[in-house]
Ligand binder design. Structure first.
Ligand code: CMP
Length: 169
């Protein structure tokens, strides 16, 4: 049986109506971080203890449309998760993916220490959840479920990239 895909979700926003505007998500976030984290596919399977741990490590960041969130080729060290809004992923000036509420990015550089593989830009105003390198490493060490889900997301991206390459041939 295929592993459950909680690396991102097509219907996450639909299931969580409050996630429709950054303001609604922000006020919910300020009220109860753990309640918001529970609805994010990456964290939904975590125990209360691990959710509290994540909540302690993360900071929120509000950005306007057009803000560059990751720069291809630069050494940067933040993991980000989109709580509201959309962002696009570009490589060498070509769009390769769109990220929406529930999706995350920036894990690749944090895992392998290499420069950013792509540029990520906010398409709309976005509310982001940000985790720096050290807390990210600590979370991966102490929450195996997160390691698994991030690995699943990487596999999914690799398969998509392989299919896109095959379609070119
Ligand atoms: P990182 O290389 O740290 O910074 C750019 C990020 O873009 C990368 O991590 C991934 O999180 C994300 N990314 C790269 N390629 C893709 C892709 N094909 N689909 C979705 N996200 C991607």
């Amino acid at each position: 049986m295929a592993a459950e895909d909680r690396s991102g979700s097509d219907n996450w926003v639909d299931e969580h109506r409050w996630a429709n505007t950054p303001t609604e998500v922000f006020s919910k976030w300020q009220e109860d971080r753990v309640e918001v984290l529970k609805t994010v596919p990456l964290f939904s399977g975590l125990s209360r203890r691990h959710l509290n741990q994540v909540a302690r490590y993360v900071a929120e960041k509000e950005v306007e449309a057009g803000a560059v969130l990751a720069n291809q080729g630069r050494t940067e060290s933040e993991f980000m998760l989109v709580l509201s809004g959309t962002a696009k992923v570009e490589r060498d000036g070509h769009d390769i993916a769109q990220l929406k509420a529930g999706d995350f990015f920036g894990e690749m550089s944090l895992i392998d220490g290499e420069p950013r593989s792509a540029t990520v830009t906010a398409e709309t105003a976005c509310l982001l959840m940000v985790i720096d390198r050290d807390p990210f490493d600590k979370l991966l060490d102490s929450v195996p479920e997160m390691q698994k889900l991030i690995t699943l997301a990487l596999c999914k991206r690799l398969r998509e990239a392989d299919s896109a390459l095959a379609a070119l041939n």
